[in-house]
Design a protein around this ligand. Sequence first.
Ligand code: OGA
Ligand code: NI
Length: 363
Amino acid sequence: MATTNGSILATQSWDLTDFVVNKGHGVKGLSEMGLKSLPKQFHQPLEERFSEKKILDQVSIPLIDMSKWESPEVAKSICDTAENWGFFQIVNHGVPLEVLERVKEATHRFFALPAEEKRKYSKENSPINNVRYGSSFVPHVERALEWKDFLSLFYVSEEETSAFWPPVCKDEMLEYMRSSEVLIRRLMHVLVKGLNVKRIDEIREPMLLGSRRVNLNYYPMCPNPELTVGVGRHSDISTFTILLQDDIGGLHVRKDNGTEWIHVAPISGSLIINVGDALQIMSNGRYKSVEHCVIANGSQNRISVPLFVNPKPEAILCPFPEVLANGEKPLYKPVLCADYSRHFYTKAHDGKKTIDFAKISDI
Ligand code: OGA
Ligand code: NI
């Protein structure tokens, strides 16, 4: 089949991508066929493979106890960590552990549905854009596919949720979102205070946390995990992300923009927080949206459930004036949040490149 964009779907075995993507079996379906070797569509270029990466043992991202979140010490450690690491784990975060357990069960329930049920939510079939089941990230533009299935749910209203989100998981996902609100506001309060922003007015609030997206990720057991990735290197475009993972592990975070990577070891009952590009922009680069990726696993299935706290699509992203008050030059120009997301969702994962979209180019 002729192709102009080097798309994997167009150039290589049609049947496999049809089975995974169009028929809705996902990579989970492939994994369950008991393949002995990884199909070539998933072979990542050498430089993206994990064998090429240096993983630091003995180093972990900071762990913060949120029970005294308002104390100056805890607030300082949250802001320092957002500045120096961009990633941390939290315990005593106030989201009930039963809620998190129900979210994990619901995630397994969704992916256990037959392919015919799941494909009702695929790009072609889903009645709305805000509910999307798929595999990899943007299959038709990727040079190599990622070993992951997902269900992505963009929250608009309770009405839309009850009409369109899959019944096997919608109550649990809504409960997750509702129970995280207090935590979200606490984190926001602490983080913006650290930027000298005294007031969250009606312009700032939607710019910081005007929308939510929750993703259910499924990384099935993989033949030849060393040849592929679960998720390629990227930074999130959110203000910040709250990530729930199970006890399998596989998420890695880049250390200091260098060549070394840190494994985010699962801690039971914890949540992972990471700064996204939107907050990096609003803080004029003070808080860091750090690159991360997920390795595939040769012996176990893994799930994760990120809750992306995003600006409203209509919001204009730009550095806060308070951050520039000391004469600091803005590193980013104002961009419409919807344009920024469109830019992210139409190209393959490519490390920290998304933020170049908002960078002022002469510096
Ligand atoms: C993401 C992501 C990490 C994980 O969905 O953006 O980075 O552990 N997920 O699944
Ligand atoms: Ni991510």
